[in-house]
Design a binder for this molecule. Sequence first.
Ligand code: MG
Length: 203
Amino acid sequence: MKIICIGRNYKNHAKELGNDIPKEPLFFLKPDTAIQPKGHPFFIPDFSNEIHHEIEIILKVSKNGKHINQKFAHNYFQEIGLGIDFTARDIQENCKRNGLPWEIAKGFDGSAQISNVFFNKKEMVLNNINFSLKNNNITKQIGNSNNMIFSFDEIISYVSKFITLKTGDLIYTGTPSGVNRVSKGDVLTGFIEKKKILEVKVK
Ligand code: MG
């Protein structure tokens, strides 16, 4: 399986990092080794001094597809969860400055946190999903899928022009503003609506 991540999909987050609003979806990949085994803490890697949390809605791909028409994109995912796209911001800024790829800032071990629970999409109003992240019980990020620049269907259609989607792939759909540095001892929790479905200890 593969992990596809959309960047700069919320205006308020693109702005907080000083980036332009994209005209087309921007995406990058994480390897499957980025997935944190459930219940394990996240260890801050020694190569970065600035690991940021990015809370994101995740789509689980339910069907293989290529060149998916936007009209049919909704047939390619049934379940929705939550994830944290951990980012070595100091390294990413260096990559951006030098026009280098982002893998070392985005694809390291443990950088893909995944919720324990996925919801059937029929239980949700897809363009009105509230989600949030707390660090040590203080709310740091609040998002609503209505504020995405590119919708779930647009993302699936766009990505599948370049890469075949396969059952079990995960798509991280972008983070709202409020990304912040994590420190040893932090406890991050993720919520869809009021339900806590993700918890990770930082070590
Ligand atoms: Mg992200």
